[in-house]
Design a protein around this ligand. Structure first.
Ligand code: ADP
Length: 147
């Protein structure tokens, strides 16, 4: 059973994230979406709401599970028996960051990271853009999955 953990803040979950999960499902038997939360780190949406949203989005998808975790991503991957970490890359900035995370995680645990390039039409989409629009009561329906 090939299992991948897709970790992130998902604050909130966007159609860019959704696309990575869907494409991940063509590579893995199961994708576990790990929503990271850290008591010291401020988030826009509370963890319960982020969980609820993502669970609703994948309610009909048997090969997707949603978990919340704090602490190290590799510890969550081990707990969930995921052999892989799945991440998305939009830009050179993402690449640099993902490279160092993948390196650190491999060194720490032997867990491989699989990176998927974002589709170009989604490359501009970020949770922070969606948060900005939400703050000013703007339409976000084209940026988040419909449930
Ligand atoms: P983090 O806070 O860990 O960076 P995010 O929730 O921002 O978590 O992102 C989780 C993963 O999804 C990261 O690998 C990020 O690069 C990827 N990602 C974010 N937005 C997109 C997008 N529009 N297209 C593809 N991948 C994306």
């Amino acid at each position: 059973m090939k299992r991948a953990l897709f970790p992130g803040s998902f604050d909130p979950f966007t159609i860019g994230h959704y696309d990575i999960v869907k494409r991940g499902l063509t590579l893995f038997d199961e994708v576990i979406i790990g929503i990271g939360h850290n008591a010291d780190k401020h988030s826009y949406l509370p963890i319960d709401e982020r969980m609820e949203r993502v669970k609703r989005i994948f309610a009909d998808e048997k090969k997707v599970r949603v978990v919340a975790y704090d602490g190290l991503t590799v510890d969550c991957a081990k707990k969930e028996q995921a052999q892989f970490i799945l991440r998305g890359v939009r830009s050179v900035q993402d690449y640099e960051y993902e490279r160092s995370m993948a390196d650190a995680n491999l060194q720490m645990s032997g867990i491989e990271t699989v990176l998927l390039y974002s589709k170009s039409e989604y490359a501009y989409i970020s949770s922070s853009l969606v948060r900005d629009l939400m703050r000013y009561n703007k339409d976000i329906s084209h940026l988040v999955p419909t449930v």
